[in-house]
Design a protein around this ligand. Structure first.
Ligand code: FES
Ligand SMILES: [Fe+2]
Length: 400
């Protein structure tokens, strides 16, 4: 019997066991096994260009936070209730030295230090020092703001990745926060399901042949309809698959997609142009039932707009498609949302084509348990000479 769908030989849906999800590898709140694993890494939380006069309310890893940039240009990330009496810091205003609470005017710097308490009369440094707004470290790179929400003594280096380093003068890195894969677009930055559904989909090259080709019509390059031979491998940073395709005209190609801990992926160009992947993305859990994506893409300096990592399904935006059109041509959005806020792992029936999904879950569980045992997980780096990381994803033609 497949895992837990029925409890009788007739296969009747009646009386089947209550479905459940695998909490260890999906839930991300403070103190949860996966949440503590996630908190050992830097995560992108917003685009740098969006930090202006007004503080931004964010929810990351099931924690509500306020992101701001003071007028000296420093980004800061603090908890949303003022440490004095709980006023909402979303209504605070930024100044040269930090952010000022609207209720009684306490001023905090980007590390939560209280600099002023205007209603306290004469300055009371000892009291002021005790009034520290809880904060997390942030750093900026590639046009994104990254946060480290883990134990301060475990803070690693913010990594670099080699495809996005050593730009020539006529290149740039373009960051974006749109939710597109196939389905979704810039109208939906919060993706309403668990991050792992999205991440493990990256290690499932077979759905490309069915969902994105045979079932919905070609949503990528039509040559993706060729059934590949697939191998999955461990890598230093996570795992990858190599999908080998022989095209009818004699060309042969290896398509290598790489997923890296905790939730990164580099997916090669979907038009199948040869060479290394020019983009990389992060899946950032908002909470257990939602996530966001951030991408960076290496582009020519004169490029304008947002580089699309996926094809539009019709000659219209996904957000403008009707219910009938989405039924006719479902994409990743329709499938993954339909799996539920967190898919029910107890109702799955994994086969050999799911080797990559099973392997990714197994490897994730190993990393989570490493953290529980007091070790550093894969890809957490303290030694600058190890950076930048290589990725190695791309479309590589053996015969052109
Ligand atoms: S509640 Fe923030 S200063 Fe009083
Ligand atoms: Fe897909």
């Amino acid at each position: 019997m497949p895992q837990g769908t029925t409890n009788n030989l007739s296969g009747s849906a009646y009386g089947r066991v209550k479905p459940f999800h695998d909490a260890e590898i999906t839930e991300v709140g403070p103190g949860t096994p996966c949440g503590e694993f996630m908190r050992r890494y830097w995560h992108p939380i917003e685009m740098s260009e969006r930090l202006g006069e007004r503080p931004i309310k964010l929810r990351i890893l099931s924690e509500d936070l306020i992101l701001f940039r003071d007028r000296s240009g420093r980004p800061g990330l603090i908890t949303p209730r003022c440490i004095h009496r709980g006023a909402p810091m979303a209504f605070a205003k930024v100044e040269a030295r930090g952010i000022r609470c609207p209720y009684h005017g306490w001023l905090f710097d980007t590390e939560g230090n209280c600099l002023e308490q205007p209603c306290e009369g004469k300055d009371k440094p000892a009291f002021r020092a005790r009034c520290r707004q809880p904060w997390y470290p942030v750093e900026e790179r590639y046009g994104l703001v990254f946060a480290f929400m883990g134990p301060p003594n475990k803070k690693p280096l913010l990594p670099q990745w080699s495809p996005f380093e050593n730009l020539t003068p006529d290149e740039k890195i373009v960051p974006d926060a749109a939710s597109y894969s196939v389905g979704g677009d810039e109208t939906e930055e919060i993706i309403p399901w668990n991050w792992l559904q999205d991440w493990e989909n990256t290690m499932d090259p077979f759905h490309v042949v069915i969902l994105h080709s045979a079932f919905s019509g070609p949503q990528f390059n039509p040559e993706m309809a060729v059934m590949p031979d697939v191998n999955w491998h461990d890598t230093k940073l996570g795992m990858q698959y190599t999908a080998h395709r022989k095209f009818p005209d004699g060309r042969e190609m290896d398509r290598i997609t790489h997923v890296m801990f905790p939730s990164l992926r580099s997916v090669p160009n979907i038009q199948l142009s040869g060479g290394i992947a020019e983009s990389m993305g992060w899946l950032v859990p908002v909470d257990d039932n939602r996530h966001r994506t951030f991408h960076i893409t290496r582009m020519p300096l004169d490029f304008e707009g947002v580089p699309l990592v996926t094809a539009p399904i019709l000659d219209k935006k996904w957000s403008d498609m009707t219910a009938d059109e989405r039924w006719m041509m479902p994409g990743d959005w329709e499938i993954q949302k339909g799996q539920g806020p967190i898919t029910c792992h107890s109702e799955e029936s994994l086969g050999s084509s799911d080797t990559g999904v099973a392997m990714l879950r197994r490897k994730l569980r190993t990393q989570i348990r490493l953290v529980q045992d007091g070790d550093n997980p894969t890809g957490v780096e303290f030694e600058p000479s190890v950076l930048p990381f290589d990725i190695g994803a791309g479309n590589f033609y053996r015969k052109e």
